[in-house]
Design a protein around this ligand. Structure first.
Ligand code: NAI
Length: 709
């Protein structure tokens, strides 16, 4: 069951909870306040009750006619979020459109107050929270790392629906507004000030005083539509505007391949509002919101987001108690290990690294510093914080300092004997309660732990590359593992800001297993003579971020072959020997002499040698490539659930989308299977009849029961 709350109409008040918004009458200086503090929600998510309470508070402010008004949050570190996810997944299009109109009306009301209004932004003002601030005359933002503003709606398959598509371009100009609305990017204080989204940034302790002063002294001003003449032209002048809009539309189409309607609808609402006036723009915004928010795309993406939020706690089900995490060790400061060390330091831990020799250590530490400065340049951390993070990582060629470690992640080469040797060495120096986490891509953890003095504290911690970008960690719980040790690894994953899933041990666990099966099927297609680029193109057009053959090149053919050999052997499947032949000829992937594609040429053409080696003439086929490959993936995911490698469809969906790029708008393999219903098993049976029993639907799919009830 995904929805915990019973569906309720968007505009009914939840009678049982206290008010979400209060009006505080003017103080001695004449400044009144509107305080947002939804009692049952830590982020002040917008639901019907909050909208009604806000409407009442604005009416009370109008009646009180103070000298100025401060709009603020009653929570310590949170301004206001966007629409309540639970209502998006349960309300009808008509209800959602009505909620948008209600919210627009309240914002209009706020914007038309005859006295100065100032938003005091003390924490994240995301989506509806930013729209509330935009309806005020001025915005002051606390200068602290957790305080961010942005319109993230399109990332959820919806659009700003409380006037955001209208007020943002009028405030900061069309080009910058489109950038924010279409990317869903969040801005820290300094960037928000530079972009013109806020008027002033102050120390958090000075926020309310500054806002009150502004409410008394500042004067209302017309919205300029941009800081420069060029921005104002793009906002107000027809031809310049048409050009800016068409450029933005082209970028959106290139990025989304037309699979995500939300950014285009947001663009339309912006365009209508600037051409025909705000009422028409608001009309377009509300209509688009109703349609988008009730669409399968938004429901799938929002459901996934909810799963991710719930997972932070649900992931601990059936595990033990996590131990405190202060000191971390990392063995192997290579490509993965340096990223892991950086993530641990960014989470506040003191990190000791170890590699084979001084040169390898120096290289690893340099990578940690580079990752940290790059992140600071992108605004992920402040510069001072970045210096502290890099300062928390040290390293050497022995295990000095490891006896303090609460957790050690090993990320040495993918070699069973080597990993066992590292564990034996660690056991000599580690405290008895320290946890050993192995970052292997496919080797069973039980195998790695065999021979250890305390195998129960060896847990799998499968990171995805590159570590700083990928949001998933697959935690592998081998049989007999200590529940507290597993919980500690899960807590570490949470501390790193990643979403953990917990899976059982086995060749390739969950993610490497489903991916290997899908890639192996792509190899079969190539041996059948299906063109390499046709396969990759079909998959990206379907919504995968990269096609399977390009991915094989990127991972490296040797590394990939090693992982898939482990998986396929266990599944009794023989992959066609295309990769072995390529490796034998020196084609080992991108940056390694080329693979399915050649990279020396800027156009990165298909490697013709692949076809010669296989003795095939490439052809584009009439067959549905994306269906055959995606269903292979879904069937194997379902098999992982049958075999209890996976604990739940939720973890299967999160793992597939966050770790492997399964198209998010389908919600993950299990939600996709539910959407296809009986057609899923039928398609697999058709494929099995035509191409062999490997396609036969697994028990869970044959049972035709929905995974989510
Ligand atoms: P890498 O080759 O970049 O790094 C391995 C590091 O381990 C090197 O710096 C090497 O000097 C060091 N090393 C080797 N033996 C050592 C020892 N006895 N003591 C200390 N250091 C030692 O390899 P990469 O890509 O970082 O992979 C590491 C592990 O992570 C492998 O098990 C791999 O399967 C796994 N992994 C890799 C992913 C990837 O995309 N590259 C993704 C997920 C897991």
């Amino acid at each position: 069951m995904i929805i915990e709350k019973p569906p309720e109409s968007v505009l009914t008040t939840t009678a049982t909870r206290g008010p979400s918004v209060t009006f505080v009458p003017p103080d001695a200086d004449g400044v009144a306040r509107i305080v947002i503090d939804r009692p049952d929600d830590p982020v002040n998510a917008v639901d019907g009750a909050l909208i009604l309470d806000l409407a009442r508070a604005v009416a009370a402010a109008r009646a009180a006619h103070p000298k100025g008004l401060v709009v603020m949050s009653g929570k310590t570190d949170q301004f206001m979020a966007g629409a309540d996810f639970r209502q998006i997944t349960t309300s009808s299009a008509a209800d959602l459109e009505r909620a948008s109109r209600e919210m627009q009306r309240v914002m209009d009301d706020l914007a038309s107050l005859p006295f100065m209004t100032v938003a005091a932004i003390n924490g994240p003002a995301i989506g509806g929270g930013l729209e509330l601030a935009l309806a005020c005359d001025r915005r002051i933002m606390a200068d602290a790392p957790h305080v961010r503003v942005g319109s993230t709606e399109v990332r959820l398959g919806i659009l700003p629906a409380a006037g955001g598509t209208q007020r943002l371009p009028r405030l900061i100009g069309l080009p910058r507004a489109l950038d924010l609305i279409l990317s869903g990017r969040l801005l820290g204080a300094r960037r928000a000030l530079r972009t013109g989204v806020v008027d002033e940034i102050v120390h958090p302790a000075a926020l309310l005083r500054a806002a009150s002063e502004d409410a008394l002294k500042a004067r209302k001003a017309a919205l300029a539509g941009g800081a420069t003449a060029a921005e104002r032209a793009a906002t107000w002048l027809g031809p310049a505007r048409a050009f800016a809009l068409s450029q933005a539309r082209k970028r959106v189409l290139a990025e989304t391949k037309g699979l995500y309607p939300a950014p285009l609808r947001a663009l339309d609402a912006v365009a209508v509002g600037l051409a025909k006036g705000m009422p028409a723009g608001l009309e377009a915004e509300a209509r688009a919101f109703g349609e988008l928010a009730s669409s399968a795309t938004a429901r799938n993406v929002v459901a996934l987001t909810l799963l991710g939020l719930r997972q932070k706690k649900a992931v601990f089900d059936g595990l033990g108690t996590p131990r405190p995490l202060r000191n971390a060790g990392v063995v192997g400061l290579g490509f993965m290990g340096s990223g892991i060390a950086q993530a641990a330091a960014a989470a506040g831990m003191l990190v000791r690294g170890r590699d084979r020799d001084a040169a390898a250590v120096a290289k690893g530490l340099a990578t940690v510093r580079k990752l940290t400065t790059d992140a600071a340049k992108k605004g992920v951390f402040e510069r001072r914080e970045a210096a502290r993070i890099a300062g928390r990582v040290s390293g050497g060629s022995d295990l000095t300092g490891f006896r303090h470690a609460d957790i050690v992640v090993e990320a040495v080469f993918e070699d069973l004997a080597l990993k066992r040797g590292v564990i034996a060495e660690l056991e000599e120096v580690l405290r008895p309660d320290a946890v050993i986490a192995s970052n292997t891509s496919a080797l069973p953890i039980g195998e790695i732990a065999r021979g250890a003095r305390h195998p129960e504290r060896v847990v799998g911690m499968h990171f995805f590359s590159p570590v700083h970008k990928m949001p998933l960690i697959e935690v592998i719980r081998p049989e007999g593992a200590d529940g507290d040790a597993v919980a500690t690894v899960v807590a570490a994953a949470n501390a790193f800001g990643k979403t953990p899933i917990v899976v059982a041990d086995g060749p390739g666990f969950y993610t490497t297993r489903v991916l290997s099966l899908m890639i192996a099927e792509a190899f079969v297609m190539v041996t059948e003579g299906v063109a390499i680029d046709a396969i990759d193109h079909a998959m990206t057009a379907f919504g995968w971020p990269v096609g399977p053959l390009r991915l094989a090149d990127e991972v490296g053919l040797e590394v990939g072959a090693h992982a898939s050999a482990t998986v396929l052997a266990a599944r009794g499947i023989t992959a066609p020997p295309v990769v072995e032949r390529l490796i034998a000829e020196g084609f080992k992937g991108k940056g390694r002499g080329g693979g399915f594609y050649l990279y020396a040429d800027a156009k990165r053409p298909v490697n013709p040698r692949v076809y010669q080696l296989l003795g095939v003439t490439p052809r584009s086929t009439g067959e549905d490539i994306a269906e055959r490959l995606t269903l292979t993936f879904v069937n194997e995911a379902a098999r992982c659930l049958d075999e209890r490698i996976l604990r739940s469809p939720a973890e299967g969906d999160l793992g597939a989308v966050l770790g492997l790029g399964f198209p998010p708008f389908l919600g993950g393999p299990f939600r996709y299977a539910d959407a296809l219903g009986e057609r899923m098993a039928a398609s697999l049976e058709r494929l099995a009849a035509a191409r062999g029993p490997r396609f036969l639907p697994t028990d869970a799919l044959r049972a035709k029961q929905p995974f989510y009830k």
